[in-house]
Write a protein that binds this ligand. Structure first.
Ligand code: NAD
Length: 689
């Protein structure tokens, strides 16, 4: 039984009880239907209240049942029963009413909410639309512009705002149930939203033309927002039942789109990353009450902000007072920027800054529960730091490194407590980017790993476990993407052409604009090191030529593109193109025109193929983790679902055929297909099974 039924003073109270969020699963929908019918049939009942827990009215569809068979009644049938009631129906909303939860409340005659409850229709975030009357009822009770905004962005509003808009009738100052029962007892008239007229300001046709244009611009690559606008227009122009029929059709269409499949994949993938097969969910974790960061540079400062934002006191150290001061100034400027944009209150900024202490001596980290090292990317410097940390840090402290490429096992070996060492690879800017690669070294203790994953969540990151290898999951794959993007130049493409193709496909930024932003010197340094470690590594030397000219990208005003002073807008540079052209002559390549589709396939399939190697080697736990790395750390378009999911959706056999054709082309020997890829393609299977 996932709802309780009781009668109080002639009011039937249906209490939903499906923790944690009253997901509208099979049993709860059936219990709601039973409760409604029972109340309707009982002559002693004059009105009905539907209520959840203090934490949640209802979070909508039960995600635990997403891939299981559904049983009747479906939510629309429950809504129909609500419409058929001859007694006033009051929704008592505590905590939040989201998605199907809000649709349930919208099919009641009245809504009473606790202060600060959250109401919203977030379906758009999964590439679908509210399919149980939400697109038809919401615009009948709140102004059309507000309804469209809520449904196309998925943003929630508070009960206070909902009261202003008419969505909520009363805010319960005291006990929510008492207030709802008192309201119901007054026997208010049956006010069905379906019988109301939508409220459009001004001319309806003009209103929708404008809103369609605006939403089309904002929703590049995503079909759901425009479908939502179409449903809202149906609400404004058609009778309720016709609008409902239209909504159902558009919902059925959206559920099948690749974009919605990709977004749903992402939703589940995000919830998977913390599951580690040999580390049970109930593994006891260590308490992180205090943190320390070593190195107050680009990454150290950002990482310190992550702790302060999560309310954890943090000490940031560097080698000199000047370095520490510079780091702290940057943090202050960063917060001040957010305050000036109105996204952070001054008091909150002060509170966060007060959590950040600075020091120039490593001794200051001795009482930290976790120490994260973010010093220069050199093994000798890292090992020296860890040797010292081993002597200073308290027993049980987690010793973490933010290295991007170095061997965490070697770093751990500098200490007498390698079991306490783990990698925490943040992405730049660390206070913004959601990805956190948590690198599990050979000897990392299970509880150290579990604690670091939990901390990642607390810092509002998406923590993904990676084994030790050069570049871990994300940067190791990126190397193959970079390699292809440069080979494409060798063959005849320009940086703007490669960037344009990938950006139109959906990447947040093309690779060359990305290198210019990150600084071309960083890749150059890595290539120099690799030239010794892997002398046979193949790459286009054109990248080195750019660096030899001192064209490091945005910071030097020139890179793969030119930049006007103070601007980040890349401007194609004929001089770069001439350099590429003479490089082609030098290596004896006759340029050809490279089709856009080939640019996309070579770059994206290079990611998927390296991802398959990574899976094969057990560096990543699952294909969806690799997808999360790209979705949250590398600007991969969510509606494509990540490189592995994308390869799955094209079909692995088809992808493999393309790769085989690339093997016959320029530098084709670089394409080594992962055995797992071949096996799955042969069996007609997918990475994300
Ligand atoms: P940075 O040069 O901006 O900062 C490094 C800081 O470490 C400097 O302030 C330096 O004074 C300090 N430092 C050097 N040796 C020290 C020591 N022995 N004790 C205390 N402080 C010391 O470098 P960064 O970009 O912040 O990178 C730091 C680490 O993070 C590197 O391992 C890098 O590979 C990694 N990383 C960087 C990025 C990025 O985009 N910048 C992204 C992910 C990871």
């Amino acid at each position: 039984m996932s709802a309780h039924y009781a009668v109080r003073d002639g009011v039937a109270v249906i209490t939903m009880d499906n923790p944690p969020v009253n997901g509208l699963g099979n049993a709860l929908r059936a219990a709601l239907m039973d409760g409604l019918k029972r109340a309707e049939a009982d002559a002693a009942v004059k009105a009905v209240v539907i209520i959840g827990s203090a934490k949640a009215f209802s979070g909508g569809a039960d995600i635990r049942e997403f891939n299981q068979p559904r049983t009747k009644p479906e939510l629309p049938e429950v809504n129909e029963q609500q419409d058929a009631m001859s007694k006033p129906l009051v929704a008592a909303i505590g905590g939040f009413a989201l998605g199907g939860g809000l649709e349930l409340a919208l099919a009641c005659h009245y809504r009473i909410a606790a202060p600060r409850a959250q109401l919203g229709l977030p379906e758009v975030k999964l590439g679908i639309l509210p399919g149980s009357g939400g697109t038809q009822r919401l615009p009948r009770i709140v102004p059309m512009a507000e309804a469209v905004r809520m449904m196309t962005t998925g943003a929630t509003i508070t009960s206070e705002k909902a009261k202003e808009l008419g969505l909520v009738d009363e805010i319960a100052a005291g006990d929510l149930l008492e207030a709802a029962v008192a309201f119901a007892k007054k026997n208010p008239p049956l006010r069905r939203i379906r019988d109301m007229k939508p409220r459009v300001d001004g001319n309806t046709e003009e209103f929708f033309r404008e809103i369609r244009e605006k939403v089309a611009k904002e929703s590049r690559g995503y079909p759901a927002p425009l479908e939502i606008v179409a449903c809202a227009e149906a609400a404004a122009t058609k009778p309720f039942d016709e609008g409902r029929k239209f909504e159902r059709e558009r919902f059925a269409h959206l559920v099948q789109t690749p974009e919605s499949r990709a977004l749903r994949h992402m939703f589940f993938a995000e919830r998977q990353t913390t599951r580690i097969p040999d580390v049970p969910e109930d593994t006891p974790v260590r308490e992180i009450r205090k943190a320390a960061v070593i190195g107050a540079g680009t990454m150290g400062g950002g990482i310190a902000m992550c702790f302060a934002n999560a309310g954890i006191p943090v000490t940031m150290t560097d080698v000199s007072q000047a370095a520490v001061d510079k780091g702290l100034e940057k943090i202050k400027a960063n917060y001040a920027g957010t305050v000036s944009k109105g996204r952070l209150k001054q008091e909150e900024m002060d509170k966060r800054l007060a959590l950040i202490q600075t020091a120039t001596s490593l001794d200051a980290v001795k009482d930290a529960d976790i120490v994260i090292e973010a010093v220069f990317e050199r093994m000798d410097v890292k090992q020296d730091t860890f040797r010292k940390l081993d002597a200073i840090a308290k027993p049980g402290a987690i010793l973490a490194t933010n290295t991007s490429t170095l061997d965490v096992n070697q770093i751990a070996a500098a200490t007498k407590r390698p079991q306490e060492v783990v990698g925490t690879h943040f992405f730049s800017p660390a206070n913004v980017m959601r990805l956190l690669e948590v690198v599990r070294a050979k000897q990392t203790d299970k509880d150290v790993l579990a604690t670091t994953m939990k901390l990642g969540k607390k810092l509002k990151k998406v923590p993904v476990v990676s084994g030790v290898c050069d570049g871990f999951i994300g940067n190791r794959m990126l190397e193959k993407y970079v390699q292809q993007s440069l080979f494409l130049l060798d063959e005849g493409a320009t940086p703007a052409q490669v960037d344009g193709a990938l950006q139109r496909w959906g990447m947040a930024m093309g690779p060359f604009a990305m290198y210019d932003m990150a600084g071309n010197d960083i890749g150059w340094e890595i290539r120099k090191r690799r030239a010794q470690e892997r002398p046979h590594m193949q790459y286009s030397k054109i990248a080195d030529r750019i660096c030899e000219r001192g064209w490091f990208g945005q910071k030097t005003g020139r890179g793969w593109y030119r930049y006007e002073p103070g601007s980040r807008k890349p401007i194609p540079d004929p001089e770069v193109e001439a350099m590429i052209s003479s490089y082609r002559e030098e290596i004896g390549v006759r340029p050809r025109s490279v089709p856009e589709q080939e640019i996309i396939e070579r770059c994206i399939y290079a990611l998927a193929n390296e991802g398959a190697h990574i899976l094969d080697e057990g560096i990543a736990l699952r294909a969806s983790d690799i997808d999360m790395v790209y979705l949250t750390g590398y600007g991969f378009p969510p509606y494509r679902g990540g490189p592995m999911f994308y390869a799955d959706s094209v079909g692995l056999e088809r992808v493999l055929k393309s790769i085989q054709s690339f093997q016959k082309g320029y530098r084709g020997e670089q394409w080594k297909v992962a055995p797992l890829f071949e096996k799955l393609a042969k069996e007609g299977k997918k990475f994300n099974g």
